[in-house]
Design a protein around this ligand. Structure first.
Ligand code: ZN
Length: 372
């Protein structure tokens, strides 16, 4: 059978759980580091493990173009290729086709496009996306969907969601069930409650191992995103994991966990790390800022990562000013460690029945720090 999910505790709508997969267990809530092209940028696999990460994400679009899914399979699968024996979730490729590829044409069968790398022509269908994710050996496979644009009218969001629903059915039919593996459906419907209801109901009939919430954090703002989460998480089965795609800031994560989300992914901590921005228990710092030039303090007193225990803010400032590659490496390590510790703290607080107090404490720390 597919993998299993155990709900260990709830605190309000917040949940602490455990995902059991063929490649290991994942305590939830959890943050998945984004390993776009078979690597979490600027990080060795050991460094990713040192952050406390239990599951990483791989991108179908990038890997299907280079080195190709067939080659990854010949090399023993993505786990072996990137030295990550733990669980891997792969996206369907749809989102990046729409954001990166050239000459896209979408119809009922799928999406035809040209590679942004060499202009070669490709046709991504729900069936081909499932085959690629199978070849990559994804622990969690995502259905192919269309991420509804924002803003979209009710008619546009409805038509887009219904196409995604038909593709979800085809994706489910094409999924090869294996012990400890699973497939997630993706709830769409833009910012319209009736469409979210219709989408969730149709997907529940397909009985996925988990459910993702798509089409949020696309410009609607945090308040509207939280409003849609309040509605959507209630529509999903209690005993299955819920994944909010592409979110977000540390504050977004705290708020989404409070609304019943279990899993997240986002490029924010890795991308910010490469551009000198640090997420800390005292808020966000830009290490390029001149005020750090003589600052001998650790980046984050509360953090146990190698960046914070062995180096100073002044050194990090110097590395970014000198454009040394160690700067992005250390800040990526720190940011991912911060995201992991935020989720570990959330889990402990939910288990202890004090999630609200935990959020208040964390937010007070950000406010006291005075971000730069
Ligand atoms: Zn740190």
């Amino acid at each position: 059978m597919s993998f299993s999910f155990e709900l260990a505790a709830t605190d309000g709508a917040a949940r602490a759980g455990m995902l059991h997969t063929a490649h290991g267990d994942v305590p939830t809530p959890t943050f998945m580091a984004v390993g776009t092209a078979g690597t979490v940028k600027a990080m060795t696999a050991d460094a990713v493990r040192a952050t406390g990460a239990k599951i990483v994400l791989g991108n179908t679009y990038h890997l299907m173009l280079r080195p190709t899914a067939e080659r990854v399979a010949r090399l023993g699968g993505l786990h072996k290729m990137m030295d990550w024996p733990g669980p891997i979730l792969t996206d369907s490729g749809g989102f990046q086709v729409m954001s990166l590829a050239k000459l896209r044409k979408l119809d009922e069968t799928g999406v035809t496009f040209r590679s942004h790398l060499d202009g070669s022509a490709h046709h991504l269908t729900p069936e081909r996306s499932m085959e690629i994710q199978y070849l990559l050996d994804a622990t969690i496979t995502m259905v192919l969907d269309e991420c509804t644009k924002f803003p979209a009218t009710h008619d546009e969001a409805g038509a887009s969601m219904r196409l995604s629903t038909r593709w979800a059915k085809r994706s489910r039919d094409a999924f090869v069930e294996r012990e400890g593996y699973g497939q997630f459906g993706i709830v769409q419907g833009g910012v319209y409650e009736d469409l979210r209801r219709e989408s969730a109901a149709a997907l529940r009939e397909l009985n996925f191992e988990g459910y993702a919430i798509g089409g949020l954090a696309v410009g609607e703002g945090q308040e509207m995103m939280f409003g849609m989460l309040d509605i959507t998480t209630k529509l999903l089965p209690v005993q299955k994991p819920r994944y909010l795609m592409g979110v977000g800031t540390p504050d977004d994560l705290l708020g989404a966990v409070a609304r019943g989300v279990d899993m997240f992914d986002c490029v924010m901590p890795t991308r910010a790390g490469r551009t000198a921005r640090a997420f800390t228990s005292r808020g966000i710092f830009n290490l390029r800022n001149a005020r750090f030039i003589d600052d001998g303090a650790p980046l984050d007193e509360a953090c146990t990562c190698l960046c914070c225990t062995r180096h100073t803010r002044a050194y990090l400032h110097h590395l970014f000013r000198a454009e040394e590659m160690l700067g992005p490496m250390l800040l990526t390590l720190h940011n991912l460690t911060y995201y992991q510790s935020l989720m570990q703290g959330a889990r402990a607080a939910i288990l202890a029945g004090e999630y609200d107090a935990y959020c208040a404490r964390v937010r007070a720390g950000w406010a006291e720090g005075g971000s730069t």
